[in-house]
Design a protein around this ligand. Structure first.
Ligand SMILES: [Fe+2]
Length: 222
């Protein structure tokens, strides 16, 4: 997957194993860091590899984040950015409050694939509120390019067109079914909303995460 990503133009990859998920807890950062070292040895310099987690949101999230090391949770590449995943069935009763609390605690929440979360995917008002509260949205490249079907594609495009997307990610799980690579999505974004936006979503915003800096534009104007 790493080599495929590099061949597709990715310079850096943050590997984000599921965390806090009922099926995959992956709550042993030391072991994950060891795997990262092994992977770096195997892959070489391209792409540069970092570690993070795709953290399932549960009622214990804020409590666990008081001491993420104790809970074994991994922010993105050691930054204050957190990749958060709501259950597909919905974001729970008060996602805005959660985002607000996370911001107050100094985190920069990135919400994974809102286009597939019931109750978020078709509610642009709610997504806008979450972004205003300080959340960043990350859509999946293959959602935009149609690999998950027309319904998810149209939802992803609507969020993109509304200027609410801050990151595009591969959500890669393998080389066949959910492969790495962003170039096709990047081209689509450039054609649809311009080169500058494509550059932000795939290059400058991810770089800001690695540098643990705020995004240059907190909110894209469509
Ligand atoms: Fe996910």
């Amino acid at each position: 997957m790493c080599l495929r990503a590099a061949a597709d133009g990715c310079e850096a990859v943050v590997a984000t194993p599921h965390q806090n998920h009922s099926r995959w807890s992956n709550n042993r950062p030391k072991m994950l860091h060891k795997l990262l070292v092994k992977l770096r040895e195997a892959v070489g310099e391209k792409p540069r590899l970092y570690l993070g987690g795709e953290i399932r949101v549960g009622s214990d999230l804020l409590e666990n984040l008081r001491d993420p090391r104790l809970a074994g949770l991994l922010p993105l590449a050691g930054s204050r950015y957190l990749l958060l995943e709501f259950a597909r069935s919905g974001p729970g009763p008060n996602p805005e409050e959660l985002v607000h609390e996370l911001r107050l605690a100094g985190w920069r929440p990135v919400l994974a694939h809102p286009e597939v979360i019931e109750g978020l995917s078709d509610d642009l008002d709610l997504l806008e509120q979450l972004v205003s509260a300080g959340a960043h949205l990350q859509v999946t490249a293959m959602s935009l390019t149609g690999g998950y079907g027309r319904r998810i594609r149209s939802r992803a495009l609507r969020i993109l067109d509304a200027g609410l997307v801050h990151f595009v990610a591969s959500d890669a799980h393998g080389v066949k079914r959910r492969p790495p690579g962003l170039s096709a999505a990047r081209e689509l974004i450039a054609e649809r909303i311009g080169d500058e936006a494509a550059w932000e979503l795939t290059t400058s915003n991810p770089k800001a995460v690695l540098a643990d800096q705020p995004l240059s534009k907190a909110h894209l104007v469509a």
